[in-house]
Write a protein that binds this ligand. Structure first.
Ligand code: GLN
Length: 297
């Protein structure tokens, strides 16, 4: 086995072999290849094809890729290692204060953009509650250029990332630091807005579901954004629905990402609060994952 001092004499193919030796047991060969190619593209601008055509390609600085290897060994998500990911075709910065955006959430954004063509032409006011990295707010702002988008989060650190993401994607989003569970933290300007669309992907994983989660999620992603108590799993949904009843305009729409096991309870919550045209929607994995309703009264 090579010692670390040998690093500088390696070519990239040999670095790839080291990745397999160190990581295959943990992730499997295919995923390790995928990590390796993502990293050499990001760090050295070397693509999979470049490497195939020039297997003895070398780099001056293997520090970066060997650091990444150590972090992968500790099961850190590749998105945090790179500090960046992609969501709805757009680049997003992420760190330990924000969830890594999920494909299910892209489906929620797609539902809002594609199924409501009138949103493209109307000057809507949209609010994203619990914005995290800002992925929902920023991708909506990018794709609904006539909309004014507001995004709220309790976490200062998450809001810093979300602001960077609005800049990175060249959109304007109004950010608000507040706790949706505590009306006294909302500033007055925000209190008097009347929204046409409210969207949220709040914390919804119950403590009892922890054992089904991957250790890389559990050990790295912010628990503040993930978990709710078993006894009160709809804590955020109750508060946000109440907020929507008071702050949506006539015909305004509420969109949620939801816990796959709580679809029935979510329908009931929206029915009780007199929402109309309620639709529960499954994600690509056939799990109840999204719900929408319209405020008619
Ligand atoms: N879908 C995320 C997960 O499975 C949870 C997101 C959330 O709690 N809002 O980890």
């Amino acid at each position: 086995m090579r010692c670390l001092d040998d690093k500088k004499f390696m070519n990239l193919k040999e670095v790839q072999n080291t990745f397999h030796t160190e990581l295959d047991d943990l992730y499997g060969k295919e995923e390790v290849d995928s990590f390796f190619f993502i990293l050499i593209e990001a760090f050295y601008k070397v693509s999979r094809l470049n490497l195939a055509m020039n297997p003895s390609a070398t780099e001056n600085d293997y520090e970066l890729i060997f650091n990444a290897l150590q972090l992968l060994k500790q099961e850190q998500p590749i998105q945090y290692i790179l500090g960046e990911t992609e969501f709805y075709g757009l680049p997003f910065k992420v760190n330990e204060h924000t969830l890594i955006p999920r494909p299910e959430t892209e489906e929620l954004v797609e539902w809002i953009i594609k199924k409501e063509p009138r949103f493209k032409t109307q000057s809507l006011k949209i609010l994203d509650i619990g914005t995290g990295s800002g992925c929902i707010a920023v991708s909506l702002a990018k794709n609904l250029p006539k909309a004014t988008v507001y995004a709220l989060d309790i976490s200062k650190e998450a809001l810093k990332v979300a602001k960077l993401n609005a800049e990175l994607n060249d959109v304007k989003v109004e950010f608000i630091e507040a706790n949706i569970l505590k009306a006294d933290t909302w500033n007055t300007e925000f209190k008097n807005l009347n929204f046409d669309v409210i969207v949220s992907n709040p914390p919804y994983v119950r403590e009892l579901e922890k054992q089904q989660m991957q250790p890389n999620v559990l050990n790295n992603e912010p628990h503040l954004a993930l978990f709710v108590k078993d006894e009160n799993p709809l804590l955020f949904y109750n508060a946000i629905t109440q907020f929507a009843v008071n702050n949506l305009s006539q015909n305004g729409m509420l969109f949620f990402e939801i816990n796959e096991y709580l679809g029935k309870e979510m329908i009931q919550l929206l029915v009780e609060n007199k929402f109309a045209d309620i639709v529960l929607k499954q994600d690509i994995f056939k799990k109840d994952r999204m719900i929408k309703g319209t405020k008619k009264v």
